[in-house]
Design a protein around this ligand. Structure first.
Ligand code: BGP
Length: 484
């Protein structure tokens, strides 16, 4: 059993977890530059300078309205460690890293552009040439090895200035800023990149880092998401006009969602939770708000501010394919509010050291469910196992647990494609080279085929070393999944 020759195999990364160089090449500050720990850790603090020059430190959830910055450039607190600042230094090591990807046989690589590297504040009219040149150099390197790029335009972050000045995506103005940035990169990279993702895990985008808004209420959240929908649809339309043949997706956090029991109430509750998770794709793939939204908004006391023409924009910018991340399945429980990352333990499944249930069949379930629901091509853009890797005396990591995880997920993916008839045209593993974890901000949660010598405080040589899974993956790709 093997996949077609055209199947796309590769890896995926995000700039703030991988790139570093946060003050190089005229890059502007991005929301993640203010996270001293992972995005889901609390308390998180950001520090910024007030208009009178004083420095304030506040929880990034901004529970106290007094803490909301009014004006002024955000500043970094000197006594804290910020994982995004150095990350694992792809900025200086991209040649070495891409050579490793080529050695594994990747024919695609998904990476995100840092918006504030290209438009440092996000609000200026002219792009930063140095930022564009960096990504051009990355694309040159990929071309050298015939690795097809897939670019994420927005991976859970926005220029910090747009957050401070406009409260991020809660402002409609940010759509214009995003479109200007898209136009620039389409113009510059359009001939070299066919696959584009407008947003990463848009159904999970909530809070300061990913939406840039300082307010956590439902009204602000859904208004911000509405603006992201419009921005995505406009980018898709523009991209299709500027780059004939280009394909657009948006990335969505998927999970097989199981009911707590066969009690009809539990099953019905699970259906409601699934709608919460599918909501974004329903709008972006079908091009309109689904009928159930009305009841949801009523329950959540949300009244969206829409402008005439919004419905038309959504209709004219639907996605060509769906890309998604799959790490785990989840169990819903009516007595607790549904939380995609949490959920009750599943007695039938083992978990990773971070408690994420390992459920390969859940991947086959998700592939089938998505394809049944939308009938558009699918791409698994993130999947992998976060584990604690212990190098032996020579520095070698025998990551058999990772091989077992991937092998089981590849079998499930191949069953969905070859036996169930699902149209899934690619897989990029998260993350081929160790990088900083999004949820915890740690280095010890590692995903890669390549070990990076760096610890949770950013100390280490940054040397890259192949793990056991490296040659295993090369063989899988070489044989298109025949040898697992
Ligand atoms: C996804 C994000 C990635 C990545 C991954 C793994 O939600 O798109 O950026 O980090 O999850 O999560 P973590 O790093 O928290 O283990």
């Amino acid at each position: 059993m093997k996949l077609s020759e055209k199947f796309m195999w590769g890896g995926a990364t995000a700039d703030f977890q991988y790139e570093g160089g946060f003050q190089e090449g005229n890059r502007g500050l991005s929301t993640h530059d203010f996270e001293t720990a992972g995005a889901y850790q609390s308390p998180r603090y950001i520090t910024y300078r007030m208009p009178d020059g004083s420095v304030k430190k506040a929880r990034s959830s901004f529970s106290d309205p007094e803490d909301i910055p009014v004006e002024g450039k955000p500043c970094i607190c000197e006594d804290a460690y910020y994982p995004s600042h150095k990350a694992v230094d792809f900025y200086h090591r991209y040649k070495e890293d891409i050579a490793l990807m080529a050695e594994m046989g990747f024919n695609t690589y998904r990476f995100s552009l840092c918006w504030s590297r290209i438009y440092p504040t996000g609000d200026e009219l002219e792009p930063n040439e140095e930022g564009l040149r960096f990504y051009e150099a990355v694309l040159d390197e990929l071309e050298k090895y015939q690795i097809e790029p897939m670019i994420t335009l927005h991976h859970d972050e926005i220029p910090a200035y747009l957050s401070e000045k406009y409260d991020g995506w809660s402002s409609r103005h940010v759509i214009d800023c995003y479109l200007r940035y898209c136009r620039t990169v389409f113009e510059r990279f359009g001939k070299r990149c066919r696959y584009w993702l407008t947003f990463n895990e848009i159904n999970q985008a909530r809070g300061y880092a990913s939406t840039g808004t300082h307010r956590a209420d439902n009204q602000t959240h859904y208004q911000a998401v509405h603006h992201m929908f419009l921005a995505s649809a406009k980018a898709v339309k523009l991209g299709h006009q500027m780059m004939p043949g280009s394909k657009f997706g948006a990335m969505y956090a998927a999970s097989a969602i199981y009911a707590a029991s066969c009690r009809p109430e539990d099953v019905f509750y699970q259906l409601q939770c699934r709608r919460d998770v599918y909501f974004c794709m329903d709008v972006m793939v079908r091009g309109y708000y689904p009928s159930y939204t009305e009841a949801v908004f009523l329950r959540k006391q949300v009244t969206l501010k829409k402008e005439p023409g919004d419905a038309e924009i959504l209709k004219n910018g639907t996605l060509d394919f769906i890309s998604f991340s799959y790490y785990r399945s989840t169990i819903t429980n009516q007595s607790r509010e549904y939380n995609f990352i949490g959920g009750d333990p599943n007695p039938y499944l083992e978990t990773t050291p971070w408690g994420w249930p390992i459920d390969p069949l859940g991947l086959r379930y998700v592939l089938n469910e998505l394809y049944d629901r939308y009938q558009v091509p699918l791409f698994i853009v993130e999947n992998g196992m976060g584990a604690v890797d212990e190098p032996d005396a020579s520095g070698y990591v025998e990551d058999d647990y990772r091989i077992a995880y991937l092998e089981a997920h590849f079998r499930a993916m191949m069953d969905a494609i070859l036996m169930d008839g699902v149209d899934c045209f690619g897989y990029t593993m998260w993350a081929p080279i160790d990088l900083v974890s999004l949820s915890t901000g740690e280095m010890k949660k590692r995903y890669g085929f390549v070990y990076v010598d760096m610890d949770d405080q950013g100390k280490g040589s940054l040397e890259r070393r192949k793990k056991k899974s490296f040659s295993w993956m090369r063989r899988v790709i070489e044989t298109n999944g025949e040898c697992l």
